[in-house]
Design a protein around this ligand. Structure first.
Ligand code: FES
Length: 100
């Protein structure tokens, strides 16, 4: 199991390899917009990874381009529908859901 903390409400959930951050939010009644349904065609599911980036699948070229085009070019910006947990560790993943 992988501990994931969603800010700003400090909601702690257990994740596992293969799940995305959007999956975890959905399963735990945490609201993250997802206008395109996870097809990497919008940026409404954007989150900020405050800790644990290395436990998540790397940003694809497509994800990177979408974020840059929308003005979110810093590394911590990710699309939660594309942030798949690839490794479980004792380190927490801390995710901030930005105000839209
Ligand atoms: S829901 Fe549209 S890119 Fe994630």
């Amino acid at each position: 199991m992988q501990k994931v903390i969603f800010l700003p409400l400090n909601t702690v959930v257990n994740g596992e390899k293969g799940k995305t951050l959007l999956d975890l939010a959905f399963e735990n009644d945490i609201v993250i917009e997802h206008n395109c349904g996870g097809l990497c065609a919008c940026t409404s599911c954007r989150v900020l990874i405050k800790k644990g980036m290395l436990l998540l699948k790397e940003k694809s070229k497509e994800e990177n381009e979408l974020l840059i085009d929308a003005g979110f070019s810093t590394e911590e910006n990710r699309l939660s529908c594309k942030c798949e947990i690839i490794s479980e560790s004792g380190e927490d993943i801390i995710v901030e859901i930005p105000l839209q």
